[in-house]
Design a protein around this ligand. Structure first.
Ligand SMILES: C[S@@+](CC[C@H](N)C(=O)[O-])C[C@H]1O[C@@H](n2cnc3c(N)ncnc32)[C@H](O)[C@@H]1O
Length: 248
């Protein structure tokens, strides 16, 4: 949502300016330089979720520490330069990079989903890898009566998502270790390479008639129950039904 109102490179410029302001203000408040660096880098790294691509995110997060290093403005110990890297790993843990980087579900992408995958009121729905909550927001728009849950591996993203989606239960954890058996619909926006693993997990755990829904990436070798093409950017939404459910 914020990205729509802040075209590139505004998010980067604002994030760098905010990080510099914070750094200067914290030092004036007599905080040790290393702590001012940690907090200002934290601000830049948190703002990196405003970037639409990995390049943009990297630039937003790296802008402040790089410019600080170039200006030589702070007499910091050598270890302090590990801080930006550690913060990046906290927001984007390595196993989450392997599965899918942070790209949000576009608004309105799932509006037609209930036609293809109807659910009873109160059905449990999981966004596996819920990021900042855009998928949960789109699911809520589609299924206002569902019980929505999100699962996210990055702790800061989970925290932000829980603030953005107070009507959902947002858990921290690895979606591959979570039990999917209690969900009537599991929603994914991951990577092509993750789809075979997700399909095997869904088949092993989900109840007959439950739905596996994937934005953009299809399950190789599976027949779809339905496919939506209305998602912005021409992204397809693939809908699969676990075998053995009652006919619709
Ligand atoms: C492409 S984003 C999709 C975010 C959200 N589902 C949406 O559609 O707006 C993928 C998210 O999955 C998370 N993720 C990747 N691997 C994960 C895992 N094994 N367990 C939990 N979350 C994971 C990433 O951190 C990232 O936030």
């Amino acid at each position: 949502m914020v990205r729509r109102f802040l075209p590139w490179p505004l998010p980067a410029l604002l994030a760098w300016a905010a990080a510099w302001l914070a750094f200067v203000a914290l030092q004036r408040a007599h905080l040790p330089a290393a702590w001012a660096l940690v907090l200002a880098c934290g601000l830049g790294t948190a703002a990196s979720v405003l970037g639409g691509t990995w390049w943009q995110r990297g630039l937003i997060a790296a802008g402040f520490p790089l410019s600080l290093a170039l200006t030589g403005a702070a007499g910091l110990p050598a270890w302090a330069w590990l801080v930006p890297l550690a913060l990046l790993l906290l927001v984007y843990p390595l196993n989450a990079w392997r599965d899918a980087p942070l790209f949000p579900t576009p608004p309105d992408a799932l509006n037609d989903l209930p036609d293809a995958a109807p659910l009873e009121p109160g059905a449990r729905v999981l966004d596996a890898g819920c990021g900042l909550g855009d998928g949960l927001i789109a699911l809520r728009q589609a299924y206002p009566l569902a019980r929505l849950e999100g699962l996210e591996w990055s702790r800061p993203l989970r925290w932000l998502c829980a603030r953005r989606c107070p009507w959902a239960q947002v858990h921290w954890g690895d979606m591959w270790r979570a039990d999917w058996s209690g969900y009537q619909l599991v929603y994914l926006f991951q990577r092509p390479e993750s789809m075979a693993r997700a399909a095997a997990k869904a088949q092993a755990e989900m109840a007959p008639g439950a739905w596996l829904v994937s934005l953009e990436f299809a399950v190789p070798g599976w027949t779809t129950h339905g496919q939506l093409h209305h998602a912005p950017g021409g992204r397809p939404v693939w809908v699969y039904r676990m075998p053995g459910g009652t006919p619709l």
